[in-house]
Design a binder for this molecule. Structure first.
Ligand code: ARG
Length: 588
């Protein structure tokens, strides 16, 4: 279905043409003087020079052509040559009615759907999920859902950090604690135990201890580095420990992501790229790209026109261990082989921008990515506390994601447990549901690249630009629709009439923006545009609602029309929050 502005511009273009001017001048935009008009066209101003005529003459001539238009209810040429426009109510309501019948509310599917891999989440195995990983999960999930809805084939990959030094650190620490384990016995050839030699909570203690040690104890650090290299080269006992670490951590990660309503198609990790590394490295050497510098194997990626220094990509350390650059390059190769993607999108902290710049350049230079594969870095800003510094616990430590979520959920529960319509059980699940919306909306409503302040009190408020406000609006509509049904009413989109006052028309206009808004949001990978839209839509609805007595309306067809308008508003709001990765309860 065509976008509203396209139709308006076409109509205007025809009028320019009929008046003897270039149709391209008929571009219509949203009014920047909403007090005067809804839309405007500045084509007469633009055409004045070309046609050597006063703009107002052109504007008048064009307006004349639109005397009988079905699209506009008002076309006014005003000095010095603007065309101020208002939409015809009938045209608008027909457009919205059409939208309600269309699949995806009139958003057109792409002619050539793309295959897109989204790399997001990026948790590090054996380290607890912390708030730093929250943004990646929340933004990545929204982008994935949006692109999928748009009609692309989207593959979400969690890309676990499971191949780096943290593994060597854990192995080394474990060896110091339990040297008698068979994993450390070089002569052991039997089967290793099925049961892991540690629990999740032990594991969560082992890593920070080992990491702390490595910072003060050179020998320990050297051992850990060696263990990392040995693991990567396939040492049997270490692989077996690694497998235990993976099993335990992944089970826990899955639970955490499930609570966040974040869902990955692939649970691959850095380690899965290992099998592509030897061959990739050989080829880089053969092709003359990789060379040894200070003992390490590197590929230059600097360009003459660089404004800042771009260091070489590190392919292998002197001990042969793979680096962060290496696994990312091999993963690009892996994805190229598996999916031939049109695009790979990385949703990662923007402080890693340089790393990705190096990797992308190296991937292009050495041919890990196909030429027509777009490599895109969607870098996000830091989540700060109210003090403007990166978010911490009250004690100043790194905040665990699970504690953060339970904190918001508890506060939300306090807020809604007073609602007597909710039973005790329902209050709990509702609190969790609304808390998730508060958390995700609080994040997603900011442009991803910007830092933002994590302010629980603000995020959980039922008023203002918040997730709970959006949910509250949906719940309000649901309750009206339920009452209507109880009165014996049936909901049908065919009942949509034409707007009878300004607030109703405004609601229609908001609804009609859906396809163009979503197209732009998908194009720009910008969930914040969806948030801004539903906030405007919720406001438009609430204004209309406060001015209109819907259920007591005597005129049945008027009432049915309003009900249809509400139902469509609810459907679109729910569609949008689903794209953002949360849902609305029945009551709250
Ligand atoms: N594990 C990394 C971290 O915690 C993020 C991974 C991002 N994705 C990637 N392909 N490098 O910093």
């Amino acid at each position: 279905m065509k976008k509203l502005l396209e139709i308006l511009s076409e109509e205007m273009g025809k009028a320019f043409e009929a008046a003897g001017y270039d149709a391209a001048l008929g571009r219509v935009t949203i009014s920047n003087r909403p007090d005067l008009c809804e839309y405007q066209c500045n084509g007469a101003m633009a055409g004045a020079k070309q046609y050597k005529k006063a703009p107002i003459m052109i504007a008048n001539a064009v307006a004349e052509q639109l005397a009988d238009t079905a699209v506009f209810s008002q076309v006014t040429a005003v000095a010095p040559g603007f065309l101020n426009l208002k939409l015809s109510d009938t045209f608008l309501s027909e457009y919205v009615k059409q939208m309600s019948r269309e699949e995806k509310f009139g958003l057109e599917s792409p002619e050539h759907p793309k295959t897109i891999v989204i790399d997001y989440g990026g948790p590090n195995v054996a380290k607890p999920l912390h708030v730093g990983h929250l943004r990646s999960a929340v933004i990545g999930e929204a982008v994935k859902r949006m692109e999928r809805f748009a009609g692309h084939k989207v593959i979400g990959d969690v890309h676990l950090g499971d191949w780096g030094l943290q593994m060597g650190l854990i192995i080394t620490e474990l060896q110091e604690r339990k040297p008698e384990l068979p994993y450390f016995d070089e002569s052991f050839t039997g089967e290793y135990p099925k049961e892991a030699p540690f629990t999740l909570s032990e594991l969560e203690e082992i890593y920070p201890t080992a990491s702390g040690k490595s910072k003060v104890d050179e020998e320990f650090k050297a051992k850990a580095l060696q263990a990392t290299a040995d693991l990567q080269q396939g040492k049997r006992g270490y692989r077996a420990i690694w497998k235990h670490i993976m099993d335990i951590s992944i089970a826990d990660l899955k639970k955490n992501y499930e609570n966040l309503k974040v869902d990955f198609d692939l649970w691959y990790g850095e380690s899965d790229s290992q099998k592509y590394i030897p061959e990739m490295v050989e080829k880089m050497k053969r092709d003359g790209y990789a060379y040894v510098s200070n003992g390490a194997l590197v590929v230059d990626v600097a360009r003459e026109d660089d404004k800042k220094e771009i260091p070489p990509c590190m392919i292998l350390k002197s001990d042969g261990a793979a680096m962060y650059d290496t696994t990312d390059l091999a993963t690009i190769l892996q994805r190229t082989i598996d999916f031939q993607p049109d695009s790979i999108i990385y949703v990662v902290d923007k402080r890693q921008e340089l790393h990705f710049e190096q990797v992308f350049r190296c991937a292009r230079k050495t041919g890990q990515a196909a030429e027509n594969t777009e490599l895109k870095f969607l870098g996000f800003g830091t989540m700060n506390g109210k003090d403007g510094k990166p978010f911490k616990t009250r004690e100043g430590g790194v905040m665990r994601l699970s504690s953060l979520i339970s904190q918001i959920t508890d506060q939300m529960y306090e807020k809604i447990s007073g609602n007597e319509a909710l039973g005790a059980e329902e209050a709990k699940t509702t609190a969790a549901q609304v808390a998730l919306a508060a958390l995700k909306y609080g994040d997603l409503s900011n442009q991803a690249s910007k830092d933002y302040v994590f302010d629980i009190d603000k995020f959980i408020s039922f008023e203002g630009d918040t997730g709970p406000y959006i949910l509250y609006t949906i719940v309000r509509i649901k309750s009206i629709l339920n009452k209507y049904r109880e009165q014996g009413g049936e909901i049908s989109m065919d009942a949509l009439t034409t707007p009878s006052n300004d607030s109703e028309k405004d609601l229609y206009m908001q609804l009609a923006q859906f396809n163009s808004m979503l197209e732009a949001a998908c194009e720009e990978l910008a969930p914040h545009k969806v948030c801004a839209y539903i906030y405007d839509l919720a406001n438009a609805f609430n204004r209309f609602y406060h001015e209109t007595r819907i259920l007591t309306e005597e005129d049945a067809s008027k009432k049915a029309g309003w009900i249809a308008l509400l139902a469509l508003t609810k459907d679109i709001l729910e569609c949008c929050i689903d794209l953002l990765g949360f849902s609305a309860p029945e009551k709250m």
